[in-house]
Design a protein. Structure first.
Lengths: 160, 110
């Protein structure tokens, strides 16, 4: 069927314009929002984790050298658990922060395990040394995530 | 409107993504290696400690639970850093695409 004259004159003339709009719409859809797979870096959380790590190391060195019993040192476990809870509350505010939340839960569980071990005897010798390595691994894992988030924050800001 | 060279653009996007992935991997690789080695050594220490009597059965059980917990922490960190690396790689590629579209259109369109 032959098209009417007005089609070839008017609509066809607009086709380049339609192409430009289509490219623009697709481009805007693709590029208008930065991809976010993990919650953002939070300096307060990072500092709180570092502070708790320092307190924990100080406590473990004190136990290793002095061999204090659980009863005289149980306030450490109470305070450490409270700190983890406070950090977790803040971390919960961000979406897609499951990795960090999981790390905090694992740290809290290992503080419980450390307390159980301490109830059995002082944290000296082989037991104390192995337990310290495990708790340090918990902290290293958390800090590794914070460092990656910190590195990433420059890229995320640029594309948002 | 200038034409976009699809081949060149795809290569540039890939380079940008690769750079981000490499940067994160360079950061996380020493951590992964050190922690995996440490976990293996600690498992051996628990086994030897129980054998030579420096660890009681109860202590060994708790330390093994701590070991399992710490192993999960390392794997969670690797998974999360991997996701952050993927996020940065995708965003770096999008940045390259954005620049290419802006150049082709001739204005800061995106």
């Amino acid at each position: 069927m032959k098209r009417p004259d007005f089609y070839s004159k008017h609509v066809a003339a607009r086709i380049p314009c339609v192409n430009v709009i289509a490219v623009a719409v697709v481009s805007v859809l693709v590029t208008s929002c930065a991809v976010v797979l993990v919650g953002p870096y939070d300096e307060v959380t990072d500092q709180a984790i570092t502070e708790l790590e320092t307190k924990t190391e100080q406590f473990l060195v004190k136990m290793e050298l002095g061999g204090g019993d659980y009863q005289s040192n149980k306030s450490f476990y109470r305070d450490a658990k409270a700190s983890v809870r406070a950090i977790r509350l803040r971390a919960e505010l961000y979406e897609k922060n499951e990795g960090e939340l999981r790390e905090l839960d694992l740290l809290a569980q290992n503080f419980d395990n450390l307390a159980k071990l301490h109830r059995l005897g002082s944290l000296t010798g082989n037991a104390g040394s192995i337990a310290r390595t495990q708790i340090e691994t918990n902290f290293q894992s958390l800090i590794r995530i914070e460092l990656a988030k910190k590195r990433s924050s420059g890229v995320s800001n640029k594309t948002s | 409107m200038a034409n976009i060279d699809v081949g060149k653009l795809a290569a540039a996007m890939l380079r940008a993504a690769q750079g981000k992935l490499q940067a994160h991997w360079n950061d996380v690789r020493p951590f992964a290696q050190t922690e995996m080695k440490k976990l293996a050594e600690t498992a051996l220490q628990i086994q030897l400690g129980q054998a030579d009597g420096s660890l009681t059965k109860e202590q060994a059980e708790i330390l093994l639970a701590m070991q399992a917990n710490a192993s999960q922490a390392v794997l969670t960190a690797l998974e999360t850093v991997g996701m952050i690396a993927a996020q940065d790689a995708i965003n770096a590629a999008i940045d390259v695409l954005k620049d290419a579209v802006n150049n082709a259109v001739g204005i800061a369109f995106l």
